[in-house]
Design a protein. Structure first.
Length: 145
């Protein structure tokens, strides 16, 4: 079991992990349910696994590098079984000002790639941004400015 803890510790040290990812890794090593929970508890106690820290890093990364909106980030974190509290804390990592600037930047970028009727172009840009997880109301209000 000590060997499994070391393997799991190395697994967590490489990058942030969710409890479920660590649990799956421990099962793949061949541990039983009680052993998995014991090792996971030790890893949480020693701060190898911290879901709030994971959620914050995930939200920052997906927003800055993939240009995901809040809705898509929330959905992805829920898929990973992250608690509502941790999701809320993670979304505080993205300032409203930074968020709007990113939407405006994406609008400009997409607008330079499209041509044709203004209404069709606006509709395509809105669909693109909404598909990336940005809120519909915010997208349309920034598009109509």
């Amino acid at each position: 079991m000590k060997e499994a803890k070391i393997k799991a510790g190395n697994y967590c040290a490489y990058q942030e992990r969710t409890q479920q990812e660590v649990r799956n890794k421990l099962y793949s090593i061949g541990l039983y349910s009680d052993e998995v929970e014991e090792v996971l508890t030790e890893l949480i106690t020693e701060n190898f696994v911290n879901e709030e820290r994971y959620a914050k890093a995930f939200a920052r990364g997906k927003f800055r590098f993939k240009q995901w909106g809040r809705k898509k980030i929330i959905y992805a974190l829920k898929q990973k079984k992250i608690s509502a509290y941790c999701i809320d804390r993670a979304l505080h990592e993205i300032s409203d000002e930074e968020y709007e600037k990113e939407i405006l930047r994406l609008i400009e970028k997409k607008n330079s790639q499209l041509s044709g009727d203004v209404f069709i172009v606006k509709n395509k840009i809105a669909r693109y941004l909404i598909g990336k997880g940005f809120e519909q109301e915010l997208v349309w209000s920034l598009l109509n400015q």
